[in-house]
Design a protein around this ligand. Sequence first.
Ligand code: NAD
Ligand code: DAU
Length: 343
Amino acid sequence: MEKKKLLVTGGAGFIGGNFVQYMVNEFPQYDIYNLDLLTYAGDLTKHRQVKKKNNYHFIKADIADRKFIISLFEKEKFDYVIHFAAESHVDRSISDPSIFVQTNVLGTQILLDASKQFGISKFLHVSTDEVYGELDFDPTTFFTEETPLQPNSPYSASKASSDFLVRAYHETYGLPINITRCSNNYGPYHFPEKLIPLTISRVLNNEKVPIYGDGKNIRDWLHVYDHCAAIDLVLHQGVNGEVYNVGGHNERTNLEVVKTIIRTLGKSEDLIEFVTDRLGHDKRYAIDPTKLERLGWKPTFNFETGIAQTIQWYIDNKEWLEQIISGEYKNYFKNQYSVKQKL
Ligand code: NAD
Ligand code: DAU
């Protein structure tokens, strides 16, 4: 196989981190450059093993730092850009939208400029199903690649804006691109501000689990390893200019997800606490992955096998979780949840 230079942005985060590990191991002939600002969501301890490999490199930088990004592209002459770096948490976007515009919109535009200027072979933009807005509870309706974009939160609006910029650089300048739109991920190294790792973390410590509203909102869960394999496939075989939805038909209500975790850990459902709903809370997400399946993708986990693997991973990697929840996270949790009323 040919030698290639890959720039992975956000490779110290949850999905980008799993993707970096996947690529370093699967493609020893590729040079993988992980560029990350190491915000609250980024951590390099997860790469202890991978950093010993010759094909792994780390760069601490802000994707919104135009001068640095342009000079980096000029120096390194990347073949592919796989763009994960983002502010990713909906609740934080409701409290403070500005950084979402700065990183997700401006940061993406700067990467696009650099990619255009230095002639990369593909810009793969990792987006989300949240750009489509919400579905109602009719189980026969799904998001397809043709569903109009109707983002509801500042987070999803910033991601939709970046999707439009990626599309525009393809249409206007002929930049080779793909966009992937995946459903909710879960798995190793998921930051415990998101529902699944937050629930695992709190149940392990016999603490109450906050469920927003009535817990009937539905998400379509995909194990992060299956998302990584999908990105590998789109990177190598995706048709230039195309969007691919990623999801494995694993719809669950939030209440079902939390109850499954509590049951697996042998704890009591008394830990559940219904609290004030999220503003603008999307009812349901569900992906139609037919287009990606036609390209040859098939998930290896269903929700039952994936959640069992994930819970076991958190039990086996307690130090990783402890190091996060004992730091600045404590203030985040207090600020985010102390304003919520018990229902
Ligand atoms: P994450 O919050 O765990 O990680 C984001 C990473 O980006 C962190 O390492 C952070 O340090 C880095 N980062 C943030 N701002 C940066 C900047 N200005 N410059 C450089 N690095 C910066 O996010 P995640 O859950 O791994 O999501 C990764 C991508 O996948 C995002 O683009 C997100 O929109 C998308 N996505 C996430 C999900 C999901 O369920 N988590 C689903 C579909 C798509
Ligand atoms: O669909 C893909 C998206 O999934 C990604 O683009 C986002 O980056 C990612 O954060 C995720 O967004 P969600 O808002 O769906 O994920 P979150 O884990 O924050 O919430 C999942 C559901 O659980 C949602 O309906 C809100 C609810 N929830 C969440 C938290 C944190 C609770 O009931 N209680 C909580 O404490």
